[in-house]
Design a binder for this molecule. Structure first.
Ligand SMILES: [Zn+2]
Length: 190
């Protein structure tokens, strides 16, 4: 854990961030997340699940770099995320009114719109993941840390647990690209 906190401080400086909190949430198991703020901290936070914090040091370093990159790229403060929530709520309310009014054609149109918003949102999140990988590599390199080795180790570890349906096309229903695609994009960017 000490090396993780030391690396967090090194990366924070490399990114020019004034503040960063790193904490653990055992219930998140193997996941890690960049949060705009946390109950432990009013500022940018990286939260590691119980299993994520116990990963090998290189995997943990890349995970830290990736989540910090989400902050550095402004993903955690992007107002688009709030507009998407408002849009989804508006579509939900409109669908309820359409159902109560027996306007089934309108309801069908609203359902189609909601599905398109969902798919487009997932595509935006997937682009963020690819961008965060590239920025993480740049930040790790800038900080003098073994970025290439760390990112390769993280992708190799993630590849093992990436479900087959996800890699086979199911990723369009999620906010994460297939791990093999993330690794390939990073290779091409080098
Ligand atoms: Zn991410």
């Amino acid at each position: 854990m000490c090396d993780l906190l030391n690396h967090a401080e090194t990366l924070r400086r490399a990114a020019g961030m004034p503040h960063l909190t790193v904490t653990a949430a055992p219930h998140m198991s193997g996941a890690a997340r960049a949060e705009r703020s946390h109950r432990c901290s009013p500022g940018p936070t990286v939260v590691f699940g119980g299993e994520a914090v116990a990963e090998p040091p290189l995997v943990r370093l890349a995970t830290l770099g990736h989540e910090l990159a989400h902050h550095d790229l402004g993903h955690t403060t992007d107002p688009v995320d709030y507009w998407i929530i408002y849009l989804q709520r508006a579509l939900g309310v409109a669908a309820l009114i359409a159902a109560l009014a027996d306007a089934w054609a309108v309801l069908g149109g609203l359902a189609t719109a909601a599905a398109m918003v969902w798919l487009a949102t997932n595509a935006m999140y997937r682009r963020r993941e690819v961008a965060a990988d590239a920025r993480a590599l740049a930040l790790l390199d800038r900080a003098g840390l073994p970025g290439r080795e760390a990112m390769a180790a993280m992708h190799a570890a993630d590849l093992v647990v990436d479900p087959w349906w996800h890699a086979a096309g199911g990723f369009v229903f999620t906010g994460h690209p297939p791990v093999y695609a993330r690794a390939r994009r990073l290779d091409l960017a080098r």
